[in-house]
Design a protein around this ligand. Structure first.
Ligand code: GCW
Length: 660
């Protein structure tokens, strides 16, 4: 039986799957062959498209030239997720070895649109470069007194949970799964890595609620994962210890995990934030993080599950007076000595930068430094530090730079992430899914880069535009490129300069506060004084962090003369008069970029205004309104940063602009 396409609740945006995106398929004759549960999903999609656009779909019919499109299970060797696509003699044929592959093949044809049915197409084989393409939701089940329903969520409530319980509305979850499948995502962790009391129980007596979500996501090839508390045996099991080497603790995890698999046979595994920002972990028992991860890995192993163990372990009670501790060093210091000790089904999940999802950071030196450990790279689609989905900040170029970076090991980050690519989700119950309608582009881009980390981000953005705005005239797609392509660099220009990071309002992290974290325990300092600014992380004079990289990066980052401009203040404390490679002094660079950043936002907002006749009024108005806020906030950043550094340095702007 074909699986009906989910019906979007009234008022919810179809994002990159508007009905018109299926026009080319829906008007044609399609044959579907093979049996597997996901083939029913494919059939449902094509049937719905045909219902709308007048085409025809048949199941398991005979060969023959009568079809425009054949979607067939058959050929081996393409893996569960791969597919081939060829067009000859007037028929486009997608072949896959497994149901997921066929679904991805269908969405490939959707992306091609009418081009899928023109002329001849040589056979192409598509396979994901990374087997795991995952979203981590920082969703709480119960509304948290400080963090709310979704920690760092800027898109309304949770898609899964509402004020203490699972949402009844699984149709919306199904629609979400469908969107995710269309960009290649195949795994979702449904609760926050900070596991509070209510959420801890999802693992045991509330696993049924997780099973329902898993049931809604399964037809789209998405596996469900759960964040768990390392202290669960104590908190839930009433054991006196959670010591990973204790026999009773191991038995407890084994039994609980068996019950999880009874409820969810294709369960993906656990995500764990341990000994990090107050979460419990193995340190309390004098055990290592490999001991901790291997405990859960052993429980999951009989069922083929994986534990994603986060490497975000650092001292968040640092004394700002102490210049020897460097938060940036922490993940490498903790985990490099454990290389080779993790079980085969334990994945070390590393944030892409050494600090915390800033608009600019170097690539984490841990990536490439643990060759005997399966590693997943974690990105942040939710825009905690990049404008909180009130600012346009398309992260494709940043992620692509990270994924193409070559640590000393020689392979790119994308190639090193054998354990997968993960993003903290930016989606929620908001009618546009992501709060800011243009932030949908981040979610789509993440999925496509996880499928192909070496893909060109601008091309991916082009796909998103073509799908989201079917038949967009050139003026619209050019306008969208104009406001999105450079938006990350624009954001970088008006916020913290030259890789120094933070300078945000403490707590919620929105808007500027240059010294907001300067005397705090969080380890996020810029050390500005009257002479200069930046953190000395050199080996010769500073914290030694630069030495955590292999060559050539350790040498390049070591000296201000060779360090790339955009990371200068991350690695060095330099005088305001220090001349950058660009030929400008640091202070003049700060002034110039902050004036430019605001102008660029104003220009983007003008471009958007000019697209009013080409975008539905609701979407246009929402973005226009958000541009007002972005512009206000960018001015605030410009004026606070420029005034702060003018007052510290006493150096006037060479161009005589007004600094308050
Ligand atoms: O970026 C920081 C956030 C925390 C988050 C933490 C993490 C889930 O401010 O809200 O906690 O990172 O990644 O664990």
């Amino acid at each position: 039986m074909p699986l009906p396409v989910p019906v979007l609740p009234e008022g919810v945006d179809p994002a990159w799957l508007p009905p018109a995106a299926f026009r080319a398929i829906g008007g044609r004759r399609t044959l579907i062959r093979g049996s597997a549960s996901l083939v029913e999903t494919v059939h449902g999609e094509v049937a719905e498209a045909c219902r709308r656009f007048g085409g025809r779909v048949e199941r398991d019919g005979p060969d023959g030239g009568a079809y425009d499109l054949v979607l067939a299970l058959g050929a081996g060797g393409l893996g569960d997720e791969g597919f081939s696509c060829v067009r000859e003699g007037g028929t486009t044929t997608v072949t896959a070895s497994g149901g997921r592959g066929l679904l991805y093949g269908l969405f490939h044809v959707v992306r091609l649109g009418a081009d899928a049915f023109r002329g001849e197409r040589a056979r192409e084989i598509h396979r994901p470069a990374l087997a795991l393409r995952m979203l981590d939701h920082w969703d709480n089940v119960a509304v948290h007194p400080v963090m709310g329903q979704v920690e760092r969520g800027y898109a309304g409530g949770s898609l899964f949970w509402d004020d203490g319980r699972a949402r009844g509305d699984l149709e919306r979850v199904r629609a979400y799964g469908r969107l995710l499948a269309a960009c290649g995502i195949n795994a979702v962790a449904v609760n926050n890595v900070n596991v509070h009391a209510t959420e801890a129980r999802l693992l045991t007596d509330r696993i049924g609620e997780v099973a329902e979500i898993a049931g809604a996501l399964r037809p789209y090839g998405i596996r469900t994962h759960l964040s768990v508390s390392f202290a669960a045996p104590v908190v839930l099991g009433r054991l006196s210890t959670a010591d990973p080497l204790d026999g009773a603790v191991r038995d407890w995890w084994a039994q609980v995990t068996r019950r999880v698999y009874e409820a969810i046979p294709d369960f993906g595994g656990y995500v764990v934030k341990a000994d990090s920002e107050g979460q419990p972990g193995p340190f309390a028992y004098g055990r290592s993080h490999a001991d901790g991860a291997n405990l859960l890995a052993a429980a999951l192993e009989p069922f083929g599950g994986t534990v994603h163990w986060r490497a975000f372990v650092y001292d968040h009670h640092q004394d700002w007076r102490d210049r020897t501790t460097d938060r940036a060093r922490a993940a490498h210091d903790h985990f490099v000595p454990l290389d080779g000790e993790f079980a085969a089904n334990a994945v070390l999940q590393v944030k892409h930068g050494p600090m915390d999802f800033q608009a600019r950071e170097p690539v984490s030196p841990l990536i490439g430094a643990v060759p005997r450990t399966r590693l997943a790279v974690e990105l942040q689609a939710t825009q905690e530090y990049t404008g909180q989905q009130r600012h346009v900040c398309w992260l494709g170029p940043m992620w692509s730079e990270v994924l193409r970076f070559r640590p000393a090991s020689g392979a790119t980050v994308g190639e090193t992430a054998r354990g997968g690519l993960v993003a903290v989700s930016n989606a929620g119950a908001d009618p546009f899914w992501t709060g800011h309608p243009l932030a949908q582009a981040n979610l789509y881009t993440f999925g496509r880069l996880a499928w192909r980390p070496d893909a060109g981000p601008r091309e991916v953005l082009g796909e998103w535009i073509a799908l989201t705005f079917p038949g967009a005239p050139a003026r619209l797609s050019e306008g969208l490129h104009a406001v999105l392509d450079g938006s990350w660099r624009t954001y970088e220009k008006y916020t913290a300069p030259l890789g120094v990071g933070f300078m945000v309002q403490p707590g919620h992290h929105y808007g500027p506060s240059v010294d907001g974290y300067e005397y705090s325990p969080w380890g996020t300092y810029h050390f500005a004084d009257r002479d200069g600014v930046g953190v000395d992380r050199s080996v010769a004079r500073g914290t030694g962090y630069a030495g955590q990289y292999g060559k050539p990066w350790s040498e390049l980052y070591e000296s201000p003369g060779t360090c790339p401009d955009e990371l200068l203040l991350f690695f060095h404390h330099v005088p305001y008069g220090h001349v950058l490679k660009s030929g400008k002094t640091v202070i003049q660079h700060i002034y110039d970029t902050h004036f430019e950043g605001v102008e660029e936002v104003a220009e983007a907002s003008r471009v958007w205004t000019g697209l009013a006749d080409l975008v539905e009024p609701g979407r246009h108005a929402r973005v226009a309104e958000l541009y007002e806020e972005q512009l206000r906030c960018a001015r605030e950043w410009r004026d606070q940063i420029n005034s702060y550094f003018f007052r510290k340095s006493g150096v006037p702007d060479a161009r005589g602009r007004r600094i308050h």
